[in-house]
Design a protein around this ligand. Sequence first.
Ligand code: CA
Length: 227
Amino acid sequence: MEKKILLVEDEEKIARFTELELIHEGYQVTKALNGRDGLELAEKGGFDLILLDVMLPQLNGLEVLRRLRRTSQVPVIMLTARDAVMDKVSGLDAGADDYITKPFAIEELLARIRVVFKKQNGLQQQTRRMTACGVTVDTDRHEVTCRGEIIELTNREYELIRTLMENKNIVMSREKLLDAVCGYDYMGETNLIDVYVRYLRSKIDEPFGIKLIHTVRGAGYVIKDET
Ligand code: CA
């Protein structure tokens, strides 16, 4: 699918030229010529990346970024004036993913855009497939496998192992796990988690001879990276 880029740039020549190059690269481009329009469009969402000039009429780029970051983690590359060191620092502080100084070579901009998208892809893949001790939780398929073999789990068992995998190497209390598995309004006993852990161990640890879920006395449970 075509990636959607929002370009916020008040210098029309630069905006037009950049837009054409991005379209040529196969991106979908929306333009905004001032900070206020840019923020409004960005807040509506639906963009994969925002190219944000710093010096903008109505609302400067740093202010746009600060406000946007209250609600959105969309990748942002700042376009800063040459040698405006403070702009770069402030931009990164305010949550920009990268910056490029103007005037820029279009190839450099395209390269930086590719880096941002690559990073984003990497993050998404990490959260879709999580692995420890030969056990994989695939959240796209809603499936758990051990050494390639599919393990049949109930919904609550699945939610428990998914939560532990997502928090790998972090000890999770029974209360937290109960919230994740049964929902915040569940009024049951926290030892319900012990029961589900026992089920999981009987389905995974015992048949495959591994130690996936560790008990941390007085604290809770953890899945660790090492076996
Ligand atoms: Ca400008």
